[in-house]
Every structure is written in C-alpha cells, then in structure tokens.
Design a protein around this ligand. Structure first.
Ligand code: PML
Length: 275
C-alpha cells in the first residue's frame, strides 16, 4: 500500500509598526490515507479538490506526497462511535471535562489543553500533554506532532460507512477523524485525545479514549471561529521519541469497524451504556 498525504497552506502578510512587512505560512487543510496503487490517481485528484474548496480559504500551495510505507500495516479495530448531547460550547466543555477526568486526565492537564485549543494559533500537528502534570511534551510547540500513515481496508470501510449512514454521519470528516483517533488510542501511553476542528464551519469535536471510545461532541465551539487543534494526553512516563515515531511512521490499517451508536447524555456515556 502507499501513503498519500495532502497539505495546503497560504502565505499571509502583515505590516509591522516599523512599516516592515512580515509574512507567515498559514495552514489551510490536510488529509491522508493508505491506498492500493490502483486507487492513487483518483485519490490524488479528490485531495486536490478538497484543498481548493476548503472553507479556511484558497491555498497558495498544495503539497501531495505519495510514498511507500515500507512495512506491512498493523491491523487495528476502529473505536466505537457515539455522540454526546451538547447544545453549547459551555455545555460541551463541561461534558468533556467530566469524560476526560473519568479517564484519568487531571484538571491542570485539561487547563493546558483548553489554553492550546483557544489560543487562536492553529498548529499543523497535535500537541502532546502529560495527563497528570499538564506539561507540554512535544519537541516543537509551533508545529506539533502529525499523526500519519493510517487508512482503512475496503471491507471495514464498507461496514463502517453502512453503520455511520444509519446515524446520518457518513462523511469523510468523521471517517478520517475516527481512523486517526483509532491509531492514536491503540498505543498504551495514550490516555485520551481531544479534538476541535479548525474549520470555521465545523463545530463538532470529539474525545477519544480506550474506555469510552470515540465520543463526538457537538457545539464544541461557535460557528465562524477558526480556532481548533488536537491534544494527545500521555502517561507521565511516556517515551516521547518512540511515541512520535509510531505516530509519524508506523502504518496502521483499520481492518474492523466498531459499533456506531446514537446520541447519549454524559451520564449514559460515563456508565458506558453506549458500548
Ligand atoms: C478535523 O478537522 O480533522 C477534525 C474533525 C472532527 C470530526 C468530529 C466528528 O464529527 O466526528
């Protein structure tokens, strides 16, 4: 199989007080998957279309990488999917805090995560936060760590699409986020993941843990805001080098779909009635 990745960005300029113009490269969109050679042309053209039509704006640069993975992908089962009932960002934050605390993420770690997501700065990759002390662990706090080399095989994809369809959420956004979250949650040092899309029009985020699965959180932010990001909460003694190597380099293929459930209250999720 081949790994196909897309990253789109644009350069923006602003004038400083001194009159000097500064430019910065702003991330617009990105996506990826593992594909058979016969599907590459189709996939590349659909990735280019996605980059050109992204609500964050028109890119100046689209980089597509097609690469051999070099190793047989590790087979992984998709996390079970559910949606929590949440009507506003305030309610969403309350629910997220309860679920993450129940999954052993501390208050300080949650505060660090919330600060990152609401900073207005969109990182290209995810931030790593220690689940107890709330320390930032990534080597590069501007870039973050990008999970890569993940995909789904045809049989699991068909089953997953069928299950997602029944709940009216069979979209590439949900599927890709679930595949990434399932790769990340597979590692033992991962306590949880929290994600808020940086797409201004997309207001559903998620919390992923081994214990509760992939829990979608509607209204995690107000429509129209470009803030967002991903946080991976790690155990205190995690070996960051080995974890980052796994995230960036180890190919993982979802070979089994998990169940896709409907909408639950936070108490039902915490009682694991959705599983
Ligand atoms: C992203 O932009 O990558 C985040 C997508 C979050 C999807 C949440 C969902 O609807 O399940």
């Amino acid at each position: 199989m081949l790994s196909v990745r897309m990253r789109a960005s644009k350069v923006t300029g602003r004038r400083r007080g001194s009159g000097r113009k500064e430019t910065e490269e702003v991330h617009i969109s990105g996506c990826e998957g593992l594909y058979e050679v016969r599907d590459i042309t189709k996939v590349v053209s659909s990735y280019v279309m996605r980059a050109l039509e992204h609500p964050r704006g028109k890119p100046d640069r689209i980089i597509i990488t097609v690469e051999k993975t070099g190793r047989k992908p590790r087979p992984v089962r998709a996390l079970p999917v559910s949606t929590i009932s949440s009507g506003s960002p305030r309610e969403a934050e309350k629910h997220i805090r309860r679920i993450l605390e129940a999954a052993s993420v501390s208050g300080p770690a949650l505060n660090t995560a919330w600060g990152i997501l609401n900073s207005g700065y969109v990182m290209r990759g995810a931030s790593l936060v220690s689940a107890k002390a709330g320390r930032r662990l990534e080597y590069d706090e501007l870039r973050g760590v990008r999970a890569s080399r993940f995909g789904i095989d045809d049989v699991a994809e068909e089953k997953l699409a069928f299950e997602l369809e029944k709940q009216g959420i069979n979209t590439s956004t949900v599927k890709e986020a679930l595949i990434l979250a399932s790769k990340v949650a597979y590692r033992k040092e991962v306590i949880a993941e929290l994600c808020m899309s940086d797409d201004p029009g997309y207001t559903t985020g998620y919390v992923a843990t081994k214990k509760y699965g992939y829990v979608r959180v509607p209204n995690i932010k107000k429509k129209g805001t470009g803030k967002g990001g991903r946080i991976f909460f790690l155990s205190e003694n995690a070996n960051i080098e080995s974890f980052v190597r796994f995230l960036e380099k180890t190919p993982v293929l979802i070979t089994r779909a998990g169940p896709v459930r409907s909408v639950y209250s936070v108490d039902e999720i915490l009682d694991r009635r959705h599983l």
